[in-house]
Ligand binder design. Structure first.
Ligand SMILES: *Cc1c(COP(=O)(O)O)cnc(C)c1O
Length: 411
């Protein structure tokens, strides 16, 4: 088991050590929830103030041209692209993940007129499943949604399936799917694949084009540190872009929005996957998060992420043996994202007691305590301290206070 000295030596040798200074985190907080809401880049406050005061306040509507507001969805898409193994012209930042899931699913349905099933796994993130249900309900019987257990996914791929919607890293357990193998298995059966990268973009190296991926969507406010409710991204492989008529045919996906024509004509390429006016304030804050990635490599981030997660598992299991914690994430780092979950019958109040002591993780039913490890701002010593505090909470039973049991709206 690693000692505090070992852990400090790891921090001293960490190539990402200086990145913590690029985030504003409150004193005394160990932030293990970057998988749900990333920390705030230091540049964000000044950048947002400039957008509000100068670009919006002074330059007003001219900013769409002069401050390049109109280009932001593509400019930011170009900054997401290297993180996910895509070409800049294959990614656009627009709308939300849920909306982008709908765009990708409806596109697959069009591309596969002789197939009717959209497939996903049981226990996928709820919005993914709900968007499938909504699309099926609106299709008047044309589309059927189907959910199968993870281990049955490959067997469920057949000639009735139009698209597989699959989340690379599971939000509860961090279980990581094999993108290459699943994409190949699906395409062998003529199935298009939509990768949801919400819990993997910015957390680990992704190479969509090396996997010959069809579609992908992902979130701006988790590991990309874009701010609460930040816009999402959508990736569409170049080969598919001009083959579809968008169902969400918003005016900014039009070839010439400022013709104000009565007839929708999709823009060439990835621009047709835009829908509404970009939320400029939210885009500005997301760009601050994305710019940090330009100064490092995803391989460094992944190496540290694995070390942090392994250290957390090792310390919890060694120091809290007999306290009722069960690892709910894969022990094998090659099939685990950047989070570690443990189950405990009192998971909810334990997480609240941790938060009260400055260790911020979160909770998902049933009994799952989630801890996300963002290598840009979490150190090995943070992991050590978090377990130290957890040990104290358990041995003193500090978690068992009535106010830690009361459920908040957001857990
Ligand atoms: C976070 C997350 C979402 C979020 O969707 P929104 O539309 O941004 O609320 C969707 N899917 C998965 C898998 C997620 O983890």
């Amino acid at each position: 088991m690693k000692t505090l000295e070992d852990v400090r030596a790891l921090d001293a040798a960490d190539p990402l050590r200086s990145f913590r200074d690029r985030f504003d985190l409150p004193e005394g907080v160990i932030y293990l929830d970057g998988n749900s809401l990333g920390a705030r880049p230091k540049t964000a406050a000044a950048r947002m103030a400039d957008v509000v005061e100068r670009e919006w306040g002074q330059d007003l509507i001219r900013s769409w041209n002069t401050n390049h507001w109109m280009d932001m969805p593509r400019r930011l898409g170009g900054k997401v692209a290297p993180l996910i193994g895509a070409k800049p012209e294959e990614v656009v930042v627009a709308d939300s993940t849920s909306i982008n899931i709908f765009k990708a699913l409806s596109t697959c349905i069009q591309l596969q007129p002789e197939r009717s099933v959209i497939l996903s796994e049981t226990g996928n993130f709820p919005t993914n499943v709900y968007m499938m249900q909504g699309l099926a309900a609106a299709s008047g019987g044309r589309v059927e949604h189907r959910l199968v257990a993870t281990e049955d996914l490959v067997d469920a791929l057949d000639e009735t399936v139009a698209a597989l919607l699959i989340t690379q890293a599971h939000y509860k357990t961090g279980y990581l799917h094999d993108m290459q193998a699943i994409t190949r298995a699906a395409q062998d059966k003529g199935v298009l694949v939509i990768w949801d990268l919400c819990h993997s973009a910015g957390a680990l190296p992704i190479d969509l084009n090396a996997c010959n991926a069809d579609f992908a969507v992902g979130c701006g406010y988790k590991y990309l540190n874009g701010g609460p409710g930040a816009p999402a991204f959508i990736f569409v492989a170049e080969r598919h872009q001009d083959r579809v008529m968008p169902v969400l045919s918003g005016w900014l996906g039009h070839a010439r929005p400022f013709d104000f024509s009565d007839i929708y004509e999709p823009a060439p390429g990835i621009d047709r996957f835009r829908c509404s006016s970009p939320s400029i304030l939210a885009m500005a804050s997301l760009e601050c998060g994305l710019d940090i990635f330009a100064d490092t490599q995803m391989t460094h981030i992944r190496t540290k992420s694995v070390a942090l997660c392994d250290l957390f598992i090792e310390q919890v299991e060694a120091r809290l043996d007999g306290h009722g914690f069960t690892l709910a994430s894969p022990r094998d780092a090659t099939i685990r994202g950047s989070q570690v979950s443990f189950t405990h019958e009192h998971g909810y109040p334990i997480v609240q007691a941790l938060i009260d002591r400055g260790v911020i993780g979160d909770y998902r039913d049933p009994g799952i305590m989630r801890f996300g490890f963002t290598p840009l701002y979490v150190s090995h010593e943070d992991v050590w301290q978090a377990v130290e505090i957890l040990q104290d909470i358990m041995t003193t039973q500090a978690w068992d206070k009535p106010h830690f049991h009361a459920r908040a709206a957001v857990t």
